[in-house]
Ligand binder design. Structure first.
Ligand code: FAD
Ligand code: NAP
Length: 329
């Protein structure tokens, strides 16, 4: 029989938003349960140095997330290694189904499922995923010692990944579709000065080239998007770093969204269009997408959930009309 349990406050996700919500919800005596998902600690576990977390001039991403988890546990949050595969928000208490078979019911839910790496969608990219094509330099960089690597993208992630990969690779070529990077200036300066890095502007990946026996990447074919001319670059690794998309599939079609698949929250709060369901972090945010902003929203979500639960006995299921007007803007 399925393991069934009830909690006042279920937190889905274990990135900075989820763990911060856990700390605040625990201290508000909501006895929260946090389900970690496939990536305990979230996106920061896929990076090395974090240099913009206030209070730490430099901290390793995975270490920071271990500390956040310990903090959440220390104040009483129950942390569960499971993945939510379905979330029913049509009636309260809400029901979440875990991959483990567990059923969680909750008076309030804080969704903090973050974002995941985007892919280009090329057949050859798919064919060589795990065999030379990766979206995580910290996870896979080690396999490319002494090899040539290409990185696709022009944001903070692409530049950080390119710099990190210089620790292993003999040469890193950053390929970007424009001649201007989105990355912070400090990272751009480091990139431009690095002797192992070459940049290729106005180029796009057309095909990952490789062989089957043994399966592996041998190069890439790229296209100059001004002239249409194609050329080939020999390499053993291809790192795709073209951004992240919100992980909102659990509530697709169930709550209001914005800018595609980001969950809409009422401005200045974490309230979604479903009363009792709160959302925080990269899942809701197409602009800032930082650890510190996610943590801030996690705090807000716990405070919003606390207020909601306190009011529940006096405020009936009828949603606040002001809130709905704001969410529909
Ligand atoms: P995430 O960190 O994305 O965590 C989402 C969580 O939800 C994960 O634990 C996942 O397991 C869980 N989850 C997802 N689906 C489910 C499900 N169905 N059931 C249960 N759990 C689920 N920001 C900075 O401020 N400074 C940096 O230096 C920095 N470096 C970065 C480097 C890289 C390589 C990347 C990719 C991002 C970086 N960022 C940085 C951005 C930062 O990591 C994110 O803004 C932040 O992690 C978002 O936090 P979050 O809590 O919203 O979600
Ligand atoms: P991003 O800022 O959205 O940048 C994505 C990059 O990929 C852009 O340069 C974009 O090109 C390019 N791109 C997108 N789609 C493409 C396609 N189909 N083909 C080729 N190129 C494509 O994503 P990100 O770098 O992953 O950063 C995500 C968020 O996390 C940001 O808010 C960032 O600040 C944050 N982050 C912060 C840090 C840090 O603080 N140190 C580190 C990593 C990430 P265009 O420029 O032409 O659009």
């Amino acid at each position: 029989m399925a393991d069934k349990r009830h909690t006042k406050c279920l937190i889905v996700g274990s990135g900075p938003a989820g763990y911060t919500a856990a700390v605040y919800a625990s201290r508000a005596m909501l006895e929260p349960v946090l389900v970690q998902g496939l990536e305990p600690g979230g996106q920061l576990t896929t990076t090395t140095e974090v240099e913009n977390w206030p209070g730490d001039t430099e901290v390793q991403g995975p270490d920071l997330m271990v500390r956040m988890e310990a903090h959440a546990k220390a104040v009483g949050c129950e942390i569960i290694g499971d993945i939510i595969t379905d979330l029913d928000v049509s009636a309260r208490p809400f029901t979440a189904t875990g991959d483990s078979g567990a059923i969680y019911s909750a008076d309030a839910v804080i969704l903090a499922t973050g974002a995941r790496a985007k892919w280009l969608g090329l057949d050859s990219e798919e064919a060589f995923k795990g065999f030379g094509v990766s979206a995580c330099a910290t996870c896979d960089g080690f396999f490319y010692r002494g090899e040539e690597i290409v990185v696709i993208g022009g944001g903070n992630t692409a530049v950080e990944e390119a710099l990190f990969l210089t620790n292993f690779a003999s040469k890193v070529t950053l390929i970007h579709r424009r001649d201007e990077l989105r990355a912070e200036q400090i990272l751009q300066n480091r990139l431009m000065k690095h002797p192992k890095v070459e940049t290729l502007w106005f180029h796009e990946l057309e095909e990952v080239l490789g062989e089957d026996n043994p399966k592996g990447v041998t190069g890439v074919r790229v296209r100059d998007n001004r002239s249409g001319e194609t050329s080939e670059i020999a390499c053993k690794g291809v790192f795709i770093a073209i951004g992240h998309a919100p992980a909102s599939e659990l509530v697709k079609g169930k709550v209001e969204m914005h800018h595609g698949d980001y969950v809409r929250v009422e401005p200045g709060s974490t309230r979604t269009s479903v009363p009792g369901l709160f959302a925080a972090g990269d899942l809701t945010d197409h602009i800032y997408r930082q650890a510190v902003t996610s943590a801030g929203m996690g705090c807000m979500a716990a405070l919003d959930a606390e207020k909601f639960l306190a009011e529940q006995d006096v405020v009936d299921e009828d949603p606040d009309p002001v809130r709905h007007d704001a969410a529909a803007e």
